[in-house]
Design a protein around this ligand. Structure first.
Ligand SMILES: C[S@@+](CC[C@H](N)C(=O)[O-])C[C@H]1O[C@@H](n2cnc3c(N)ncnc32)[C@H](O)[C@@H]1O
Length: 350
């Protein structure tokens, strides 16, 4: 089949992320007893969390996933209950599939997922967490080899999505700040479409040295205007959680918030809002949970993958829009799908 810019690679990312969803289901049944806890009737999210001993983040990953899998649902009062299907994973239902699902209960990935759910992350974080640099904690993003590996791992995804994202961002002669810009492809493509604009890519120094190499190759691609992109980009090594951010007309946060826990997202939104000039815009490219926190399955699987590997998870548009509003931005209701189950939302600075 010939590759076209329109072809969505979601089947690949969905199968990749499904592994993490499977681990959640098996761990929920065999290591956390989630469905059994609900077999006597519905419980509020808070009650279910306290019975299983789950913190906010693992609960916000696991419960939406079990809803998306149709094992759980919310009743009229907003409590969680077992569905007709989910009943077949409880002891009172005979026959049931508990034993059959249990064939995989000692799979190393399942066992580790159970540990991470109970602990809200891996037990050993001495080597740091992928895609995360926080305070003085060690970070793979500051290690030459690891940051190259993690950054290049995202290059194909960014190359595929960036022309779509760039085409949906506003046309401008102003400045774009691409925070945690990684490979830089989103900026490269946007500058190609906006020949008078300038941009700053902010990330860790080791990541930016990879982006610099990619920009060199991009400049020589022969695409119209590609050779001018280099002169319009500033690379800014830094810490988005601590350093002053340059003032900008547009700010892009692509696959950024999902690496961070809820308590870090509001300060990030506040910092981004402060960097945007009046009339400017904050754009987020990410995968979003339903506002009802019950799916979609592709995103709850992705949230499980992010829970596994980072400090974050997927969030709903409602969660983002609440951060934007608290940061003094006016969230728009627009929702622009891109590909691979991602989309764009944005807010304007009054
Ligand atoms: C998941 S990647 C996203 C990269 C890019 N936006 C994309 O969509 O391909 C997250 C990026 O955040 C960067 N990052 C993590 N902590 C950071 C910090 N404190 N300051 C600046 N960048 C940071 C990482 O180095 C990494 O490049």
């Amino acid at each position: 089949m010939q590759e076209t810019p329109q072809s969505d690679l979601a089947p690949i990312t969905r199968h990749l992320r499904a592994m993490f969803g499977s681990r959640l289901l098996i761990a929920a049944v065999h290591h956390l007893n989630v469905l059994e806890e609900l077999s006597n009737g519905p419980l509020s999210v808070a009650d279910l969390r306290s019975r299983i001993g789950l913190k906010e983040r693992p609960a916000a990953v696991l419960f939406p996933a079990l809803c998306a899998m149709e094992m759980l649902e919310y009743d009229e009062s907003g409590n969680l209950r077992v569905t007709e299907l989910g009943r077949y994973l409880t002891q009172n239902q005979v026959p049931n599939l508990i034993g059959y699902v249990g064939l995989e209960k000692n799979d190393p990935g399942v066992l580790e997922m159970a540990v991470r759910l109970k602990n809200d992350g891996p037990l050993d974080t001495s080597g740091g967490i992928s895609y995360v640099k926080e305070g003085d904690d060690p970070s793979p993003m500051d290690d030459a080899e690891l940051s190259r590996m993690f950054t290049l791992a995202l290059a194909g995804r960014a190359q595929k999505l960036s022309p779509i994202v760039a085409a949906n961002l506003p046309k401008s002669k102003g400045h774009l700040l691409d925070v945690a810009g990684g490979t830089g492809f989103y900026t490269f493509e946007w500058l190609l479409l906006n020949q008078q604009a300038t941009a700053t890519i902010l990330d860790r120094p080791a990541v930016l040295s990879v982006a610099t190499e990619l920009l060199e190759a991009f400049s020589k691609s022969g695409r119209p205007g590609a050779e001018t992109v280099k002169n319009r980009i500033t690379f800014q090594p830094g810490d988005m959680l601590a350093d002053e951010l340059p003032q900008t007309d547009l700010l892009l946060a692509a696959s950024l918030f999902h690496d961070w826990p809820t308590e870090t997202c509001q300060p990030l939104a506040d910092r981004f809002a402060a960097a945007i000039r009046p009339g400017g815009e904050l754009w987020v490219h990410d995968a979003f949970l339903n506002d009802a926190l019950d799916g979609p399955l592709a995103v709850t699987d992705y949230s499980a993958q992010l829970f596994w590997a980072t400090k974050g998870r997927c969030y709903s548009r409602r969660e983002y829009r609440e951060w934007f509003a608290k940061a003094g931005l006016d969230p728009t209701s627009e929702n622009i799908p891109t590909q691979m189950d991602y989309g764009l939302i944005w807010a304007i600075k009054p």
